[in-house]
Design a protein around this ligand. Structure first.
Ligand code: FES
Length: 103
């Protein structure tokens, strides 16, 4: 195993989990998770934060009934019912964390 420091000062995980059609539990993919991931990645690039803020898609983050959801670090926020309108503020927080933190 090789261990290295995380190369980003802030990260966001956006749930894009997809459940089979007809599954009794909702999933973030059906609630816009993929579009949110794409939009947040676009905003990161537009602000020139690619080297400081990383957006990952993730599997289920455990809040399916309240999705789509995201989890951000280092601010440590679980965010439920995220909409595109929420992304600029989310990125503001991540950018501020990236400004303060290392690497
Ligand atoms: S499917 Fe996204 S939180 Fe569970």
């Amino acid at each position: 195993m090789i261990i290295r420091p995380v190369p980003f000062a802030a990260v966001a995980f956006v749930c894009t989990n997809k459940r089979p059609d007809g599954h009794p539990k909702p999933c973030c993919a059906d609630r816009g998770g993929l579009a949110l991931r794409d939009e947040l990645k676009k905003l990161v690039s537009e602000r020139g934060l690619d080297s400081r803020v990383k957006v990952y898609q993730s599997g289920c983050l455990g809040g399916c009934e309240f999705g789509p959801m995201a989890m951000t670090y280092p601010d440590g926020r679980m965010q439920f019912g995220v909409s595109a309108a929420d992304l600029p503020a989310m990125l503001d927080s991540l950018a501020a964390e990236a400004e303060d933190g290392s690497p």
